[in-house]
Ligand binder design. Sequence first.
Ligand code: NAD
Length: 493
Amino acid sequence: MSLLTEAPRRTDVASFNNLVGGEWVAASNGAWLDNINPADTSDIVGRFPASTAKDAEAAVRAAAMAFPAWRKTSISARAKILNKAADYLDVHAEDFAIEMTREMGKPVNLARDEILRSAQTLRFYAVEGQSFAGEVFPQDDASMIVYTEREPLGVVSVITPWNFPVSIPARKIAPALITGNTVVFKPSSDAPLSGYRLAEAFVAAGLPKGVLNLISGRASDVGAAITTPPVVRAISFTGSTAAGEAIHRSVGITTRTQMELGGKNPLIVMDDADLDRAVDLAVKGGLSLTGQACTGTSRVLVMRAVKAAFTEKLLAKIKTLKIGNGLTAGNDIGPLATARQLETVLRYVEIGKREAKWLTGGDRLSGPGYSCGYYVSPAVFTDVTQDMRIAREEIFGPVLALIEVESYEDAIAKANDSEYGLSAAIATTNPALMHAFARDIESGTVKINRTTTGNLINAPFGGVKRSSTSTFRESGRTGLEFYTQIKTIYRGI
Ligand code: NAD
């Protein structure tokens, strides 16, 4: 069936305001940005404020004003709000999943999982936050007690990308709020509706005014206003390395930063690997989400002895993938999320064709079901070498670069020869290599016979090298640390 008949059609376009100081307000200049469905660009999912710096400053002020009362709010009251917001996400998961698919293209089953996982994240922090405390230190003076307290930082800016538009904000906002901070949240202007729904969940849960503020708009208009004021005591950012590094450089010493950035994630396929399984890891890790996961596999380092067999199986598997609108059940791969993404991927395909051996894909799809969307077929290049741009630069699309290796040592050297270090995987049946890989690979996340993608909400997550500031990890109990500072107290009797 054609995509055009399947995509929900709208005659009206709803507008979604900012949330500032507890009020839903439009941008002060009255300007709007369209949120466009990448599967059908005639479908405008909603209109969002094209906020100004003035609007963003108002959001920072509102967060600063709300901080004194929120930090004194009891931990059980804060936890209750997180739990209620989680309930709201659960109840609306089906509708919000459809909206997420419409605004950024991922298959609706993955969108639903993301919303339910985000609800679980809120509940996780509602519990973990209640036992996140300081320490008492043994010492010689019986008339004194020495202990630490973890106190909130103040106003925290949360800046997020479009690819996980609810789960990334949730894993930042939940630990920020439970530890007593107030938040200015800027979702990506390419997929702001899912972030809006998260803010709505907190409002429905009874979050006091000003504790969470939502600002939609272009980074060039609102970015500096929510990152550079000294009252912003922390910035948790997920996005491209270029933007994260620029923000990190622009802030003063009193603003803590947590930058979760790009990747060029390798999968090593050893000659003892189960090749069907290895192919599955490459396809699921590299092509699901249309290659638009920060942890997505983009380099496959395959042993010479199995390269031909692996490649043959990989190409056969790719042929079976169904590409199409994420709202249609059974489709494996949706469109790229934006026109900019489409342009970038097509550009890298051209670069790949010049510098390596093209095997398949990389075409913009047209015809029934495709002509109104940003669809590209998965591309595979082989004979890729370390100096090539497709081996070094983050593409963030459905493009796999096959690199031949001759030994485990060669594979590790090539895998580590990257400025990034977010996630890395190995396919092997050799326990000694599993152990060695976990030790040798320069990566924040290590996967053994698992896809480079996917991480638990209760385990630490983050990269090394240019994939992260690396000082604080997200997710899990560790995710709370970024949002608190330690105060040491010496109390005499
Ligand atoms: P992006 O850097 O263009 O934008 C991310 C967010 O930052 C958006 O909300 C954007 O508006 C905002 N932004 C950009 N410049 C800013 C500035 N100067 N000041 C304030 N805000 C600014 O990234 P994107 O295209 O939305 O997302 C894709 C990138 O995100 C990829 O590089 C991917 O690897 C990365 N990513 C990383 C992780 C991770 O956990 N490491 C997870 C998902 C995505």
